[in-house]
Design a protein around this ligand. Structure first.
Ligand code: ADP
Length: 375
């Protein structure tokens, strides 16, 4: 049998050492057992994570000898800290955004697997202010620190916060507007027409907007008697930088968008809707429509990611969903994308865990990582 749920080791950040920089990088994060799951800890485990070998091994139910091993770019066990996750799955993307590229960090997994914790967790401490925890506040802290230390550029940093619910885009920083539309600019860039882009000057600004957006999101869902896990929440941080003494951008790579000598990098931070399949029975009306919509957009995301990894595919179905249309530039292979697969350790979730791991494997370049069978 493979190594037991490994907690003693953290994966080292080997993210950038791979020469194939175009590929989606996939990190698996397994969360610890929660209080409500107590008692399950003693059951015979079915999911084993090995951060050293970057593998997740799943034991087939009812069998002690039948294992499937999945290999990823990085695997983080239950003792991995928020700082570890940031270092492995986010920092390389954030540094690229600061250089004028676009980047996407997204979390995929069933509801309760730890997507929001991984991305948005902030601990508010009355005496010391907010403490960075999840990837969004850490990214913001990283960006502000970098900008403060860079004396040769002037920075303008702004933030939008939207959600995609049943194929409509809602501005979480301006809930009066609904059903925003995605447009393509003259330079081919994708943008959301009319979305609020609010200037942020500090980590505190970002945290305040994050909390405001979350509050608006909860309100909207409470009114609908629905759950926010049925929508995709997306924070977009735009970093514009201008050389202080000259407007010379001759050294810019093609991929960086420049306008009037200003380098612009966009960071998309995506908390995807829960990937669990709703049971056929008992889901009807609004719930069934929501489930179909989530399913459709996650399927479209999977198709676009796989198409990017396969050079023989000529048509990538970006227009199949709002999510893929919005992320078109990120999924198109021009920019860096980091996918975090969140999994929960409990045996009850094994089907969801398997389906999430398979999504992660599909996102990696075809043929670059084999699935080994221990049969
Ligand atoms: P999701 O966004 O995938 O629905 P959440 O992020 O809300 O899941 O996580 C579900 C619960 O598990 C929350 O109470 C969260 O605080 C907790 N949790 C998730 N991941 C971790 C972790 N790595 N360490 C400690 N608690 C976690």
């Amino acid at each position: 049998p493979p190594d037991m749920l490994s907690s003693a080791h953290h994966a080292k950040s080997h993210f950038l050492q791979d020469s194939d920089s175009e590929r989606v990088r996939v990190t698996v994060r397994a969360r610890p057992f929660m209080k409500v799951e107590e008692g399950h800890e003693n059951e015979i485990p079915v999911v084993f994570v090995n951060p050293v070998k970057s593998t997740v091994t799943v034991r087939r139910k009812g069998s002690f000898v039948d294992y499937t091993e999945f290999k990823f770019d990085a695997v983080l066990g239950d003792s991995a800290t928020q700082a570890d996750v940031y270092q492995v799955a986010a920092q390389p993307i954030v540094l690229d955004v600061l250089e004028g590229y676009n980047g996407t960090i997204m979390a995929y997994g069933q509801t309760g697997a730890g997507k929001t914790y991984t991305l948005s967790d902030v601990v508010i401490n009355e005496t010391n202010g907010s403490r960075v925890e999840g990837i969004i506040p850490r990214s913001a802290a990283n960006i502000f620190e970098y900008a403060a230390n860079d004396k040769s550029h002037e920075y303008h940093i702004s933030m939008s916060y939207i959600q995609i619910y049943m194929e409509t885009i809602q501005d979480l920083l301006n809930p009066e507007t609904s059903n925003l539309q995605i447009r393509e600019g003259e330079d081919g860039g994708i943008f959301i027409a009319g979305v609020h882009e609010i200037e942020v000057r500090s980590l505190e600004d970002v945290v305040t907007l994050l909390m405001l957006g979350d509050c608006n999101r909860q309100c909207a869902f409470t009114k609908l008697n629905a759950h926010s896990s049925r929508s995709h929440a997306i924070v977009i941080i735009t970093v514009e930088k201008k050389t202080v003494h000259s407007l010379d951008t001759r050294n810019c790579a093609d991929r960086r968008r420049t306008s009037k000598g200003i380098l612009v990098g966009k960071l998309f931070l995506v908390d995807l809707a829960g990937s669990e399949r709703l049971k056929k029975s008992g889901s009807e009306g609004l719930r069934a429509t929501e489930a179909m919509s989530v399913n459709m957009s996650l399927t479209a995301l999977g198709k676009c990611i796989s198409a990017r990894a396969d050079p023989t595919v000529t048509h990538v179905p970006f227009r199949d969903s709002k999510l893929t249309r919005l992320l078109q530039e990120s999924l198109g292979g021009n920019t860096k994308t980091s996918l975090i697969i969140n999994i929960a350790p409990c045996c009850d979730y094994i089907q969801e865990t398997l389906s999430s791991l398979k999504f992660g494997i599909r996102a990696m370049k075809v043929g670059s990582r084999a699935i080994l069978n221990f049969e």
